[in-house]
Design a protein around this ligand. Structure first.
Ligand SMILES: CC(C)C(=O)C(=O)O
Length: 586
């Protein structure tokens, strides 16, 4: 996989010889034999007899009709419903961290947890409530007074009071009757209001409730002083029509929120149906974490409202950062094709898409990646075309002529055909081979030992750095972490092209190639310094060794790239870079 930032590419692609030559005809002819290569030009730019467009470029980029949605508020329940996801458990510190990110993004209400759960949970809620946030901080409370008392103990601003709404919940789950539930709801709302709490009444399983009864129950809650009610599609069973039917009836009673789940894949659709039907607040979780198929993803709601309907909810530029933080604390991996925050949400590989994207960044994107705090990436694989490969090489400051480029493209495709990710290191190694160049490595791993038993995982590395050998050790949360610390320590006093301290590990990904405990693993890392980034992978039966080899190789490759200012193949301190050679896994 080759990762690049496209702005650099645009300014540096002229370094590629065929582009310099301006010989487009030759370039087109050369690409014609490759099915996924960059397409030939099919229409001319010229012509004066086109009709005058009636829509502006901006409206054409957003083809959606504006609706009469005005203000929509977001209630985040990552720290409560999201945390109910099997395997997810947040410490008080994690909760505070995520709450701060949510608050910085401008989320209106943060449901910090469920005060009845445990002492640790209450401590987390307490710390969020006392964190001086702008958001309204609430606790989930079941329909019992003691839950409201526990929420009060935590110092929250409000409660999300859940009461059973469907007969299944009223009769089978809580063994009660409709009348009794209405009475209890009224008492609890009055109790919470007497204690100055903001109150939202949630009718659990409301999408499967008898509508007349749901109206009676929610109406009673509002009459008792609740600030709002919430339509809950607890098991994600409703479609947009049912959502609109129920929500329009509730919204006639008072302010209405939406709480939708994604079991049928209707999470976001139902939010839009519910907003059109009169709701004004959306519950969601970051990344859609939550029970079963999860809740509606907050970031998807925010970006869709922003882009399609011009409705601003929270600061969308903070969405990616927020998603990464939640992924880190929950341990939930983000699928690469996830909207907004997936690794591929703004990545382009096929020759046709890459070529179009290099001509106009918005060609294959509904909105620019910067909108949500991200960057566009061009990735090489078996669908690569000449323009993408040429731009990637230009980004690495490597000049190729047309014949060399053709050969590099063909070898990149071969590698992709073998099911391999094509990293920057792969691309550079291929190019070096095609050009008959030898790489003079600046940093190389000579030896590694790591121990993971005991309390403190430790690793020692022996590196060759230029002409000298260096030995260093490090400790970390595990042997991989310790190995990387040891590498940093070995390079800490480096004054030349490699300064391990100023690099960022942007992503670290492990794949087991075979299934057993003796599996060979491939570790892929993306490393960056300033606006330079490089992707490298390494394979080994030992995960620590694969990780450290990949890291060292990435550091070495980055030292060749310099600081991104010059693009002339000089390293950060202006010395000549070494000649590129092979990747760690080839
Ligand atoms: C009870 C509520 C709000 C809930 O989590 C759900 O319906 O999924």
């Amino acid at each position: 996989m080759v990762v690049r930032r496209i702005e650099q590419v645009a300014s540096r692609r002229l370094a590629v010889k065929f582009a310099d030559s301006n010989d487009h005809a030759a370039a087109d002819a050369a690409s014609a034999d490759a099915p996924n290569a960059d397409p030939p030009v099919l229409v001319s730019d010229g012509g004066t007899d086109r009709p005058t467009p009636t829509r502006t470029t901006e409206t054409l980029l957003n083809p959606n009709p504006l609706t009469d949605l005005e203000e929509v508020q977001l209630l985040d329940t990552t720290l409560r419903d999201g945390e109910q996801m099997p395997g997810v458990s947040l410490t008080p510190a994690d909760k505070v961290d995520v709450a701060r990110e949510l608050d910085a993004a401008g989320v209106h209400v943060i449901e910090a947890g469920s005060a009845c759960t445990s002492e640790g949970e209450r401590e987390g809620i307490r710390r969020v409530a006392r964190g001086g946030l702008d958001a309204t901080v609430t606790s989930f409370a079941r329909g019992v007074r003691s839950d409201i008392d526990r929420a009060l103990d935590c110092g929250v601003d409000g409660v999300n009071l859940v009461v059973p709404a469907s007969d299944k919940h009223v009769e089978t789950k809580v063994g009660s009757s409709r009348e009794e539930v209405v009475e209890t709801t009224v008492e609890l709302v009055e109790y919470a209001k007497e204690h100055d709490l903001w109150v939202e009444v949630l009718g659990e399983d409301g999408s499967r409730a008898d509508l007349e009864y749901l109206e009676r129950l929610m109406g009673a809650g509002l009459d008792a002083g609740a600030d709002r009610v919430c339509y809950c599609d607890t098991v994600g069973a409703a479609g947009p029509e049912r959502t609109a039917e129920v929500v329009s009836r509730l919204a006639d009673l008072g302010p209405t929120s939406l709480h939708t789940h994604d079991d049928l894949g209707f999470g976001v659709t139902n939010v839009h149906a519910g907003l059109k039907a009169g709701a004004d607040t959306v519950h969601g979780t970051v990344l859609g974490v939550g029970e079963r198929a999860g809740n509606v993803a907050l970031e998807e709601v925010a970006i869709a409202l922003d882009r399609c309907y011009d409705v601003e909810t929270i600061e969308v530029e903070r969405l990616y950062r927020l998603c990464r933080r939640v992924s880190e604390v929950t341990g939930v991996a983000v699928p690469p094709n996830k909207a907004v925050c997936g690794a591929n949400a703004f990545a382009h590989e096929s020759g046709i898409h890459t070529d179009g994207t290099l001509k106009d960044g918005t060609m294959y994107e509904p909105y620019p990646p910067e909108t949500v705090g991200r960057e566009r990436r061009l990735v090489l694989g078996k669908h690569a075309g000449r323009a993408g490969v040429a731009a990637a090489l230009a980004d690495h400051g490597v000049d190729v002529d047309e014949d060399e480029l053709r050969e590099v493209v063909s070898r990149v495709k071969e590698l992709g055909d073998r099911g391999k990710r094509v990293t920057d290191a792969d691309l550079l190694a291929i190019t070096e081979d095609v050009q008959g160049r030898e790489r003079d490595r600046h940093v190389e791993l000579v030896d590694l030992s790591a121990t993971s038993g005991g309390n403190l995982p430790t690793a020692s590395v022996r590196l060759r750095v230029g002409d000298e050998e260096r030995v260093a050790s490090g400790t970390g949360s595990g042997p991989v972490d310790a190995g990387l610390e040891a590498v940093r320590a070995a390079l800490a006093d480096e004054s030349g092209g490699v300064d391990a301290v100023s690099f960022e590990l942007d992503s670290y990904h492990v794949d087991a190639i075979t299934g057993g405990t003796d599996a060979v693993v491939t570790v892929a890392v993306d490393l960056s310094r300033g606006d330079r980034s490089v992707s490298v992978s390494a394979s080994d039966a030992d995960i620590t060794r694969a990780s450290v080899v990949a890291m060292v190789d990435a550091l070495d490759r980055l030292s060749e790239l310099g600081d991104g200012e010059g693009g002339d193949g000089e390293s950060a301190d202006g010395t000549s870079t070494s000649t590129p050679v092979g990747s760690a896994d080839d």
